[in-house]
Write a protein that binds this ligand. Structure first.
Ligand SMILES: [Zn+2]
Length: 391
């Protein structure tokens, strides 16, 4: 936020304060505030003319008369300080406001929310949490924002138990709007239990995660991994294959594990049937390549090459092209092999330079699958990129 915008806001606020002061019937108070306003105002202008922006802002703030008309201006002023990273000033402005007895209940809650955000940005999560816990218990216009802010603290701090308890207090349609989040909180707890090899606890959390939101593909991915690690390959297959009914975008995440589970079960027919269904509904590169590996096993590399080429024509992709070059590399010799190898080096580098996942909400891109977007903090919005340069 440029200083100019901040100054403009303060000058407007001063104007409002001055006019409201003029309406005041108590003449003595008018005289006092006008005097203070005038002197601080001119000191501020003087600083401004000398390009001493910070001093100018401080002078103008002193000149601001805080009354019912200027509370909102002061709230915005504190917010601007926060956006500029001047957290001490933001906290001071909001704390000063809270000390005013003239605030209405809603204004008091607004300021508390702003102050909590200041504390959050300053890393003072305990203070922010204490303020927010108080204001989310009340019914007011900023309830949803304060609830989300408190939840975001628990998410940042990985306090999943508290996050679950907080969302657990909601009822009806509001509770429904947090169901996906709640499901992910249980997934987080399940992952922690899996990290400690506590299979029974992990299963319990995954059941809860599923009952909150049945279409959460993460639950199936985690269940599949959990059962794989426990040697329950049939259950693992059942979990992985459920992803196709939940969210087809995540099928590619499960393919290598699914191949492994099926190989333990020695059931190529089962894998072939599932890949066949996926090829029709969601022919991602992972599915095409797994299918090509099946064809290679059953009918040889030449036939696998023909299969991949056919798929690339239908649905061009860099990954598919690389798989095709790999297959031809195995079958070629001499100069042809050298040239293909050089080409593969280039296309491989091109593939590695591309992001793998993208957030459908804010466009964040990366090479790791985050279930909560690091940029917009939405859940399940980051998915594998599809198309020419992706899956
Ligand atoms: Zn995002």
């Amino acid at each position: 936020m440029p200083d100019f915008a901040l100054l403009l806001l303060i000058i407007i606020a001063l104007g409002i304060g001055y006019l409201s002061g003029r309406r005041d019937k108590r003449r003595r108070r008018i005289a006092e505030s006008t005097d203070t306003l005038s002197s601080e105002y001119f000191v501020g202008l003087n600083y401004l003319l000398n390009e001493q922006t910070d001093e100018a802002i401080e002078s103008f703030i002193r000149a601001l008369e805080v009354n019912g008309d200027t509370v909102e201006t002061f709230v915005v002023l504190g917010r601007l300080f926060r956006q500029r990273g001047e957290l001490d000033k933001a906290i001071q402005a909001h704390q000063d406001l809270l000390a005013r007895p003239s605030l209405t209940r809603e204004q008091m809650l607004d300021v508390q929310l702003e102050l909590a955000k200041d504390y959050m940005m300053a890393g003072l999560f305990d203070r922010a949490e204490a303020l927010l816990k108080d204001i989310v218990r009340q019914s007011w216009r900023g309830w949803r924002e304060s609830f989300n802010t408190l939840l975001s603290i628990y998410e940042k701090e990985k306090e999943w138990k508290r996050a679950i308890e907080l969302v657990g207090q909601l009822r009806g349609q509001v509770a429904d709007s947090y169901a996906l989040r709640l499901s992910h909180y249980y997934c987080e707890r399940a992952e922690m239990a899996m990290g400690q090899s506590d299979v029974l606890v992990a299963r319990k959390y995954l059941r809860q995660a599923s009952s909150c939101y049945r279409s959460n593909a993460r639950v199936s991915l985690l269940s599949g991994r959990l059962e794989m690690a426990a040697g329950n390959y049939r259950d693992a297959v059942r979990a992985f294959e459920k992803i196709a009914e939940q969210d087809k975008n995540y099928i590619s995440e499960s393919i290598p594990l699914l191949e492994e589970a099926y190989s333990h079960l020695r059931s190529l027919r089962g894998l072939s049937a599932y890949l066949g269904r996926c090829l029709k509904e969601m022919p991602s590169s992972a599915v095409v390549m797994a299918s090509a590996r099946m064809v290679a096993m059953q009918q040889g590399d030449k036939e696998a090459g023909r299969f991949v080429a056919e798929q690339i024509v239908r649905r061009p992709s860099l990954k598919g092209l690389n798989a095709l070059i790999d297959l031809h590399l195995q079958m070629s010799e001499g100069r042809a092999k050298q040239n293909l190898s050089m080409l593969r080096g280039l296309t491989g580098r091109l593939e590695r330079s591309k992001p793998v996942y993208r957030c459908g909400q804010c466009g964040f891109e990366g090479k790791e699958l985050h279930w909560s977007c690091p940029k917009c903090h939405e859940w399940s919005t980051i998915k594998p990129i599809m198309g020419l340069e992706g899956e």
